[in-house]
Design a protein around this ligand. Structure first.
Ligand code: ADP
Ligand code: GN1
Ligand code: MG
Length: 371
């Protein structure tokens, strides 16, 4: 079988990299795009690294809108990072024809970034300092994006965090049951149905004007933050495909989803999932220390958002299982079921800790002196 380097030789040649590609290897553990790390070498032996990514165009139906958002986002971040020592932004590598991505004859979309070197990325965290720094990093990202000049960014996936829509899509998938899998996951379906009354809560507060729209990252899982291996500070935020208008709380909740447990998202033993209050406290304090823009109403919903994101993403995994595993990459038949179960276990753990979580939020908010 051809190696990635051979397979993508022509594609690689269309990007304006420095040097000649000498290696290309699959990279990262994202569920959506295909990522390769490419190494090049110049005539005098200097090596450079890049990430080559195929944008999953069945998830991102309009890849050009994604790339336009990313170009604007990066240009804006570039004007900001100088104020933050150590902070880096992704840098797009244009094509030799000065485009921000390539569309191949077979209809695939590819883009390239400079690889950010000397960093660490984690799928799971056990260190409260890392959680604190991740929260600061994502808050800083929101801070830097707050004054992006108009027009409004494109919605790269419409209704992405619209929980009532996610709920309705699940019911539709149960109704259609095209793979005949609904019976097997009836307990999970009932788990969702019994929480139906909570589905519209945050969205209603937004629609009533109580919670503002902001520019948000929308995919703040911990492996989308890169860390300095020595200082453990968050140096960059990656995976910008879903940067678009959203609620700050979605970013906070997704961060908690992936940092407040050290159990893998797809662990087959969901019982192991605990919700670690020390990690939650680190996330709240890191976020509040940096996201000075947060209104009292947003602060009031921080704990709820930590519940909402595992609930929503669990629904998405369950829906994908019922629809035949067409959205998230899966490695085995019940992968999406395992993922769904860890998420719902987290939801259950959070439900048992609601008071403690509210108390943590109040304590941290008071400590800032702003609320
Ligand atoms: P996906 O959409 O599939 O999640 P990502 O853009 O998140 O793809 O990339 C996958 C992983 O690769 C990231 O979680 C991150 O750890 C790593 N990564 C991506 N881009 C870079 C980069 N420019 N430099 C260093 N690491 C990167
Ligand atoms: C996907 O692309 P990745 O792996 O960082 C997904 C997120 C989910 C996450 C669950 C565009 O993120 O919404 O929360 O998987 N991204 C998209 O792990 O759907
Ligand atoms: Mg990612």
């Amino acid at each position: 079988m051809a190696s990635p380097l051979e397979k993508y030789a022509e594609l690689l040649n269309s990007f304006a990299m420095v040097g000649t590609p000498i290696e290309a290897e699959p990279f990262g553990s994202g569920h959506i795009n295909d990522t390769y790390r490419v190494t090049t070498e110049t005539a005098d032996g200097e090596k450079r690294m890049y990430t080559l990514q195929r944008i999953n165009h069945s998830v991102f139906r309009k890849p050009q809108l994604v790339m336009d958002n990313i170009e604007r986002t990066l240009a804006h971040l570039e004007t900001k990072v100088a104020q933050f020592p150590g902070v880096k932004t992704l840098k797009l590598v244009k094509t030799k024809e000065n485009r921000n991505c390539v569309r191949t004859f077979s209809g695939k979309w590819w883009r390239m970034y400079e690889y950010i070197d000397d960093v660490e990325s984690y799928d799971n965290v056990r260190d409260v300092n890392v959680v604190y720094e991740a929260a600061r990093g994502f808050a800083q990202f929101q801070n830097m994006m707050a004054d992006l000049p108009l027009p409004r960014l494109n919605e790269t996936i419409p209704y992405f965090h619209h929980l009532p829509m996610r709920y309705a899509t699940l019911e539709e998938a149960v109704h259609q049951d095209i793979r005949n899998r609904a019976n097997e996951v009836m307990a999970e379906i009932e788990f969702v149905r019994s929480r139906r009354h909570l589905v519209a809560h945050l969205l209603n507060r937004y629609l009533r004007g109580q919670i503002p729209e902001r520019i948000t990252h929308n995919d703040t899982k911990i492996n989308n933050a890169l860390f300095d291996p020595v200082t453990k500070k968050c140096v960059a935020v990656v995976d910008l495909d879903t940067v678009m208008p959203g609620l700050a709380l979605y970013d906070f909740g997704d961060m908690c989803r992936t940092t407040c447990t050290d159990v893998a998202e797809d662990d087959p033993d969901a019982e192991k999932v605990q919700f670690d209050l020390k990690m939650f406290e680190a996330a709240v304090s890191g976020y509040l220390d940096t996201a000075h823009f947060l209104t009292p109403a947003e602060v009031q919903e921080l704990a709820f958002s930590a519940w909402l994101l595992p609930f929503m993403i669990g629904i998405r995994f369950l829906t994908d299982y019922l629809q035949g595993d067409v959205y998230f990459k899966t490695a085995h038949l019940r992968h999406n079921v395992d993922r769904c179960r860890t998420q719902f276990m987290m939801v259950k753990r959070i439900e048992a800790l609601t008071e403690e979580m509210q108390a943590i939020v109040q304590r941290c908010a008071k400590a800032t002196g702003r609320y």
